[in-house]
Write a protein that binds this ligand. Structure first.
Ligand code: UD1
Length: 313
Protein backbone atom coordinates (compact mmCIF):
# COMPACT_ATOMS: atom_id res chain seq x y z
CA UNK A 1 0.00 0.00 0.00
CA UNK A 2 1.30 3.46 -0.91
CA UNK A 3 0.23 6.91 0.25
CA UNK A 4 -0.86 9.56 -2.23
CA UNK A 5 -1.38 13.27 -1.75
CA UNK A 6 -3.81 14.71 -4.28
CA UNK A 7 -3.95 18.48 -4.64
CA UNK A 8 -7.28 19.77 -5.91
CA UNK A 9 -8.97 16.63 -4.60
CA UNK A 10 -12.43 18.21 -4.65
CA UNK A 11 -12.12 19.07 -8.33
CA UNK A 12 -13.30 17.07 -11.30
CA UNK A 13 -9.99 15.37 -12.06
CA UNK A 14 -8.67 15.22 -8.47
CA UNK A 15 -11.82 13.54 -7.16
CA UNK A 16 -11.78 10.99 -10.00
CA UNK A 17 -8.11 10.22 -9.34
CA UNK A 18 -8.86 9.76 -5.64
CA UNK A 19 -11.39 7.05 -6.48
CA UNK A 20 -8.86 5.34 -8.76
CA UNK A 21 -6.13 5.40 -6.11
CA UNK A 22 -8.49 4.09 -3.41
CA UNK A 23 -9.68 1.32 -5.74
CA UNK A 24 -6.09 0.05 -5.87
CA UNK A 25 -6.05 -0.24 -2.07
CA UNK A 26 -3.93 2.86 -1.40
CA UNK A 27 -4.17 5.67 1.14
CA UNK A 28 -5.31 9.11 0.03
CA UNK A 29 -4.76 12.50 1.57
CA UNK A 30 -6.24 15.44 -0.26
CA UNK A 31 -5.94 19.17 -0.15
CA UNK A 32 -8.28 21.71 -1.66
CA UNK A 33 -9.11 25.36 -1.02
CA UNK A 34 -12.58 24.78 -2.49
CA UNK A 35 -12.20 27.73 -4.85
CA UNK A 36 -13.37 25.71 -7.84
CA UNK A 37 -13.62 22.26 -6.22
CA UNK A 38 -16.80 21.04 -4.55
CA UNK A 39 -17.41 18.96 -1.42
CA UNK A 40 -20.09 16.98 -3.24
CA UNK A 41 -17.43 15.58 -5.62
CA UNK A 42 -15.88 13.67 -2.73
CA UNK A 43 -18.98 13.14 -0.57
CA UNK A 44 -19.15 9.37 -0.96
CA UNK A 45 -15.41 8.83 -0.33
CA UNK A 46 -15.15 11.48 2.40
CA UNK A 47 -14.70 8.98 5.24
CA UNK A 48 -11.93 7.15 3.36
CA UNK A 49 -9.67 10.15 2.77
CA UNK A 50 -7.70 12.55 4.93
CA UNK A 51 -9.15 15.83 3.63
CA UNK A 52 -7.43 19.11 4.43
CA UNK A 53 -9.07 22.35 3.48
CA UNK A 54 -5.96 24.39 2.82
CA UNK A 55 -4.57 26.64 0.15
CA UNK A 56 -1.34 25.73 -1.65
CA UNK A 57 -0.13 29.28 -1.07
CA UNK A 58 0.04 28.42 2.65
CA UNK A 59 3.47 26.75 2.62
CA UNK A 60 3.35 25.49 6.21
CA UNK A 61 0.11 23.60 5.63
CA UNK A 62 1.45 22.16 2.37
CA UNK A 63 4.58 21.00 4.18
CA UNK A 64 2.41 19.24 6.75
CA UNK A 65 0.31 17.69 3.99
CA UNK A 66 3.40 16.27 2.20
CA UNK A 67 4.68 14.57 5.34
CA UNK A 68 4.85 10.73 4.99
CA UNK A 69 3.49 10.76 1.44
CA UNK A 70 4.95 8.47 -1.23
CA UNK A 71 3.44 10.16 -4.28
CA UNK A 72 1.86 13.50 -5.10
CA UNK A 73 -0.69 14.08 -7.86
CA UNK A 74 -0.78 17.84 -8.45
CA UNK A 75 -4.19 18.60 -9.97
CA UNK A 76 -5.01 21.86 -8.17
CA UNK A 77 -5.31 24.73 -10.62
CA UNK A 78 -7.58 27.41 -11.94
CA UNK A 79 -7.97 25.52 -15.19
CA UNK A 80 -9.50 28.10 -17.49
CA UNK A 81 -8.04 29.86 -20.52
CA UNK A 82 -10.61 32.74 -20.56
CA UNK A 83 -10.48 33.23 -16.78
CA UNK A 84 -6.70 33.72 -17.06
CA UNK A 85 -7.23 36.30 -19.80
CA UNK A 86 -9.54 38.23 -17.44
CA UNK A 87 -7.27 37.84 -14.40
CA UNK A 88 -3.69 36.81 -15.23
CA UNK A 89 -2.40 37.48 -11.71
CA UNK A 90 -4.93 35.11 -10.18
CA UNK A 91 -3.80 32.45 -12.68
CA UNK A 92 -0.18 33.18 -11.84
CA UNK A 93 -0.79 32.70 -8.12
CA UNK A 94 -2.96 29.60 -8.36
CA UNK A 95 -0.99 27.88 -11.11
CA UNK A 96 2.63 29.01 -10.65
CA UNK A 97 3.19 30.20 -7.06
CA UNK A 98 1.14 27.30 -5.73
CA UNK A 99 3.13 24.80 -7.80
CA UNK A 100 6.46 26.19 -6.57
CA UNK A 101 5.26 25.88 -2.96
CA UNK A 102 4.18 22.31 -3.51
CA UNK A 103 7.51 21.36 -5.04
CA UNK A 104 9.49 22.84 -2.15
CA UNK A 105 7.30 20.95 0.32
CA UNK A 106 7.52 17.68 -1.65
CA UNK A 107 11.28 17.99 -1.94
CA UNK A 108 11.71 18.63 1.79
CA UNK A 109 9.36 15.75 2.70
CA UNK A 110 11.33 13.46 0.36
CA UNK A 111 8.28 12.17 -1.51
CA UNK A 112 9.11 9.57 -4.15
CA UNK A 113 7.53 11.30 -7.10
CA UNK A 114 5.33 14.24 -8.09
CA UNK A 115 3.04 13.82 -11.11
CA UNK A 116 1.80 17.14 -12.47
CA UNK A 117 -1.30 18.04 -14.44
CA UNK A 118 0.30 19.95 -17.30
CA UNK A 119 -1.66 21.25 -20.26
CA UNK A 120 -1.69 20.80 -24.01
CA UNK A 121 -2.36 24.54 -24.19
CA UNK A 122 1.44 24.87 -23.95
CA UNK A 123 1.63 24.01 -27.68
CA UNK A 124 -0.41 27.05 -28.67
CA UNK A 125 -1.45 27.67 -32.23
CA UNK A 126 1.47 26.17 -34.11
CA UNK A 127 0.28 24.60 -37.39
CA UNK A 128 1.88 21.16 -37.01
CA UNK A 129 -0.41 18.32 -35.97
CA UNK A 130 -0.21 16.03 -34.10
CA UNK A 131 1.59 17.78 -31.26
CA UNK A 132 4.79 16.11 -30.09
CA UNK A 133 6.48 16.86 -26.80
CA UNK A 134 9.73 17.89 -28.51
CA UNK A 135 8.04 20.78 -30.33
CA UNK A 136 8.89 24.30 -29.22
CA UNK A 137 6.08 25.46 -26.88
CA UNK A 138 4.14 28.52 -27.97
CA UNK A 139 1.65 29.35 -25.20
CA UNK A 140 -0.97 31.98 -26.01
CA UNK A 141 -3.02 32.61 -22.87
CA UNK A 142 -1.68 33.47 -19.41
CA UNK A 143 -3.10 30.10 -18.34
CA UNK A 144 -0.97 28.28 -20.92
CA UNK A 145 2.11 30.22 -19.80
CA UNK A 146 1.41 29.31 -16.17
CA UNK A 147 0.90 25.61 -16.90
CA UNK A 148 4.08 25.49 -18.97
CA UNK A 149 6.00 27.27 -16.20
CA UNK A 150 4.82 24.52 -13.86
CA UNK A 151 6.38 21.96 -16.20
CA UNK A 152 9.68 23.81 -16.20
CA UNK A 153 9.58 23.85 -12.40
CA UNK A 154 8.96 20.09 -12.38
CA UNK A 155 12.01 19.45 -14.55
CA UNK A 156 14.07 21.92 -12.56
CA UNK A 157 13.33 20.14 -9.26
CA UNK A 158 14.40 16.85 -10.84
CA UNK A 159 17.60 18.32 -12.20
CA UNK A 160 18.56 20.48 -9.22
CA UNK A 161 17.34 18.40 -6.29
CA UNK A 162 16.75 14.88 -7.66
CA UNK A 163 13.01 15.06 -6.86
CA UNK A 164 11.35 12.70 -9.34
CA UNK A 165 8.72 14.62 -11.31
CA UNK A 166 6.58 13.73 -14.31
CA UNK A 167 4.45 16.22 -16.27
CA UNK A 168 1.37 14.96 -18.08
CA UNK A 169 0.03 17.30 -20.73
CA UNK A 170 -3.71 16.73 -20.56
CA UNK A 171 -5.73 17.27 -23.73
CA UNK A 172 -9.28 18.51 -23.01
CA UNK A 173 -10.35 16.11 -20.29
CA UNK A 174 -14.07 15.41 -19.86
CA UNK A 175 -16.26 13.05 -17.87
CA UNK A 176 -18.53 12.77 -14.83
CA UNK A 177 -18.32 15.49 -12.18
CA UNK A 178 -16.88 18.14 -14.49
CA UNK A 179 -18.54 21.38 -13.40
CA UNK A 180 -20.94 22.58 -16.09
CA UNK A 181 -22.19 25.67 -14.28
CA UNK A 182 -19.43 28.24 -14.53
CA UNK A 183 -18.95 30.48 -17.57
CA UNK A 184 -15.44 29.00 -17.62
CA UNK A 185 -16.56 25.37 -17.65
CA UNK A 186 -15.24 22.89 -20.24
CA UNK A 187 -17.23 22.86 -23.44
CA UNK A 188 -18.50 19.26 -23.21
CA UNK A 189 -19.80 19.62 -19.64
CA UNK A 190 -21.60 22.81 -20.69
CA UNK A 191 -23.03 21.46 -23.94
CA UNK A 192 -24.24 18.17 -22.43
CA UNK A 193 -26.07 19.79 -19.51
CA UNK A 194 -27.50 22.58 -21.67
CA UNK A 195 -28.73 20.19 -24.36
CA UNK A 196 -30.23 17.76 -21.84
CA UNK A 197 -32.25 20.73 -20.48
CA UNK A 198 -33.26 21.79 -23.99
CA UNK A 199 -31.19 24.98 -23.73
CA UNK A 200 -29.32 26.33 -26.74
CA UNK A 201 -25.52 25.89 -26.60
CA UNK A 202 -23.20 28.58 -27.93
CA UNK A 203 -20.17 27.95 -30.14
CA UNK A 204 -17.50 30.65 -29.90
CA UNK A 205 -16.19 31.15 -33.44
CA UNK A 206 -17.11 29.12 -36.53
CA UNK A 207 -17.12 25.75 -34.75
CA UNK A 208 -14.30 24.46 -36.91
CA UNK A 209 -11.86 24.52 -33.98
CA UNK A 210 -11.01 20.96 -33.01
CA UNK A 211 -9.95 19.21 -29.83
CA UNK A 212 -8.48 15.86 -28.80
CA UNK A 213 -11.19 15.24 -26.19
CA UNK A 214 -10.05 12.73 -23.56
CA UNK A 215 -12.20 10.79 -21.12
CA UNK A 216 -11.05 11.19 -17.52
CA UNK A 217 -10.53 7.45 -16.97
CA UNK A 218 -7.53 7.70 -19.31
CA UNK A 219 -6.09 10.34 -17.00
CA UNK A 220 -6.38 8.02 -14.00
CA UNK A 221 -4.48 5.31 -15.89
CA UNK A 222 -1.82 7.73 -17.06
CA UNK A 223 -1.19 9.02 -13.54
CA UNK A 224 -0.88 5.55 -12.05
CA UNK A 225 1.49 4.54 -14.86
CA UNK A 226 3.52 7.70 -14.31
CA UNK A 227 4.13 6.58 -10.71
CA UNK A 228 5.15 3.06 -11.72
CA UNK A 229 7.49 3.86 -14.63
CA UNK A 230 11.21 3.62 -13.79
CA UNK A 231 12.83 7.00 -13.13
CA UNK A 232 15.13 6.40 -16.11
CA UNK A 233 12.03 6.44 -18.36
CA UNK A 234 9.95 9.14 -16.74
CA UNK A 235 11.68 11.47 -14.29
CA UNK A 236 11.97 15.08 -15.36
CA UNK A 237 9.99 14.43 -18.53
CA UNK A 238 6.74 15.57 -20.13
CA UNK A 239 4.18 13.30 -21.82
CA UNK A 240 0.97 13.89 -23.75
CA UNK A 241 -2.15 12.29 -22.29
CA UNK A 242 -4.95 12.17 -24.84
CA UNK A 243 -7.05 9.99 -27.10
CA UNK A 244 -5.12 10.82 -30.32
CA UNK A 245 -8.20 11.74 -32.34
CA UNK A 246 -9.72 15.16 -32.92
CA UNK A 247 -13.19 16.36 -33.62
CA UNK A 248 -14.41 19.87 -34.34
CA UNK A 249 -17.16 21.58 -32.34
CA UNK A 250 -19.72 21.49 -35.18
CA UNK A 251 -19.38 17.72 -35.42
CA UNK A 252 -19.32 17.38 -31.63
CA UNK A 253 -22.63 19.24 -31.51
CA UNK A 254 -24.12 16.81 -34.06
CA UNK A 255 -22.94 13.76 -32.06
CA UNK A 256 -24.36 15.28 -28.88
CA UNK A 257 -27.72 15.93 -30.55
CA UNK A 258 -28.08 12.20 -31.06
CA UNK A 259 -26.95 11.32 -27.55
CA UNK A 260 -29.01 13.95 -25.71
CA UNK A 261 -32.11 14.08 -27.92
CA UNK A 262 -31.77 17.88 -28.30
CA UNK A 263 -33.62 19.02 -31.39
CA UNK A 264 -32.70 22.72 -31.55
CA UNK A 265 -29.84 24.46 -33.29
CA UNK A 266 -26.59 25.89 -31.96
CA UNK A 267 -25.89 29.63 -31.68
CA UNK A 268 -22.64 31.15 -32.98
CA UNK A 269 -20.89 33.99 -31.15
CA UNK A 270 -17.52 35.74 -31.45
CA UNK A 271 -14.36 33.67 -31.11
CA UNK A 272 -12.79 33.65 -27.65
CA UNK A 273 -9.52 35.50 -26.96
CA UNK A 274 -6.61 33.18 -26.19
CA UNK A 275 -8.23 30.18 -27.90
CA UNK A 276 -6.21 27.57 -29.72
CA UNK A 277 -7.62 26.51 -33.10
CA UNK A 278 -6.67 22.84 -33.32
CA UNK A 279 -5.35 20.28 -30.90
CA UNK A 280 -4.30 16.68 -31.45
CA UNK A 281 -1.76 14.59 -29.56
CA UNK A 282 0.99 12.27 -30.65
CA UNK A 283 1.15 9.49 -28.04
CA UNK A 284 4.42 7.85 -29.09
CA UNK A 285 6.39 8.97 -26.03
CA UNK A 286 3.66 8.11 -23.52
CA UNK A 287 3.26 4.67 -25.06
CA UNK A 288 7.00 4.02 -25.10
CA UNK A 289 8.02 5.30 -21.66
CA UNK A 290 4.84 4.93 -19.58
CA UNK A 291 3.04 2.10 -21.38
CA UNK A 292 0.06 4.46 -21.77
CA UNK A 293 -2.72 3.86 -24.28
CA UNK A 294 -6.23 5.33 -24.13
CA UNK A 295 -8.70 2.73 -22.88
CA UNK A 296 -11.87 4.78 -23.23
CA UNK A 297 -12.43 6.30 -26.67
CA UNK A 298 -14.23 9.57 -27.41
CA UNK A 299 -17.67 8.23 -28.36
CA UNK A 300 -17.81 5.68 -25.56
CA UNK A 301 -16.61 8.30 -23.08
CA UNK A 302 -19.17 10.77 -24.34
CA UNK A 303 -21.99 8.23 -24.03
CA UNK A 304 -20.98 7.41 -20.45
CA UNK A 305 -20.74 11.09 -19.60
CA UNK A 306 -24.15 11.95 -21.05
CA UNK A 307 -25.64 9.06 -19.05
CA UNK A 308 -24.01 10.38 -15.88
CA UNK A 309 -25.36 13.92 -16.36
CA UNK A 310 -28.77 12.48 -17.23
CA UNK A 311 -28.69 10.60 -13.91
CA UNK A 312 -27.91 13.84 -12.07
CA UNK A 313 -30.80 15.77 -13.60
C1 UD1 B 1 -9.16 23.01 -21.93
C2 UD1 B 1 -9.20 23.01 -20.41
C3 UD1 B 1 -7.84 23.42 -19.90
C4 UD1 B 1 -6.82 22.44 -20.44
C5 UD1 B 1 -6.85 22.48 -21.95
C6 UD1 B 1 -5.91 21.42 -22.48
C7 UD1 B 1 -11.35 23.39 -19.34
C8 UD1 B 1 -12.30 24.38 -18.79
N1 UD1 B 1 -10.24 23.91 -19.92
O1 UD1 B 1 -8.99 24.32 -22.47
O2 UD1 B 1 -7.81 23.36 -18.49
O3 UD1 B 1 -5.55 22.74 -19.95
O4 UD1 B 1 -8.15 22.16 -22.40
O5 UD1 B 1 -6.07 21.23 -23.81
O6 UD1 B 1 -11.54 22.19 -19.23
N2 UD1 B 1 -16.36 26.74 -26.36
C9 UD1 B 1 -17.56 27.03 -27.00
N3 UD1 B 1 -18.68 27.19 -26.26
C10 UD1 B 1 -18.68 27.09 -24.88
C11 UD1 B 1 -17.45 26.80 -24.24
C12 UD1 B 1 -16.31 26.65 -25.01
O7 UD1 B 1 -17.60 27.14 -28.24
O8 UD1 B 1 -19.74 27.24 -24.27
C13 UD1 B 1 -15.17 26.54 -27.20
C14 UD1 B 1 -13.96 27.38 -26.78
O9 UD1 B 1 -14.02 28.66 -27.36
C15 UD1 B 1 -12.82 26.51 -27.30
C16 UD1 B 1 -13.35 25.08 -27.17
O10 UD1 B 1 -14.76 25.19 -27.04
O11 UD1 B 1 -12.58 26.78 -28.68
C17 UD1 B 1 -12.81 24.37 -25.95
O12 UD1 B 1 -12.94 25.24 -24.84
P1 UD1 B 1 -12.77 24.74 -23.33
O13 UD1 B 1 -13.62 23.55 -23.09
O14 UD1 B 1 -12.92 25.93 -22.45
O15 UD1 B 1 -11.28 24.16 -23.33
P2 UD1 B 1 -9.84 24.75 -23.75
O16 UD1 B 1 -9.83 26.24 -23.77
O17 UD1 B 1 -9.43 24.01 -24.96
Amino acid sequence: MSSYLITGIAGFIGSTLARGVLAHGNQVRGIDNLSTGKRENIAEIRDRIDLREVDLLDLKSVQEACRDMDYVFHEAAIPSVPRSVVDPLESNRANIDATANLLVAARDAKVKRVVYAASSSAYGDTPTLPKREDMLPSPISPYAVAKLTGEYYMTSFWRCYGLETVSLRYFNIFGPRQDPASPYSGVLAKFITQMLKGQQPVIFGDGRQSRDFTHVENVVNANLLACQAPASEAAGRTFNVATAMRIDLNETFRVLKKLTGYTGEVKYEAERAGDVKHSLADLTLARKHLGYAPTVGFEEGLQRTVEWYRGQA
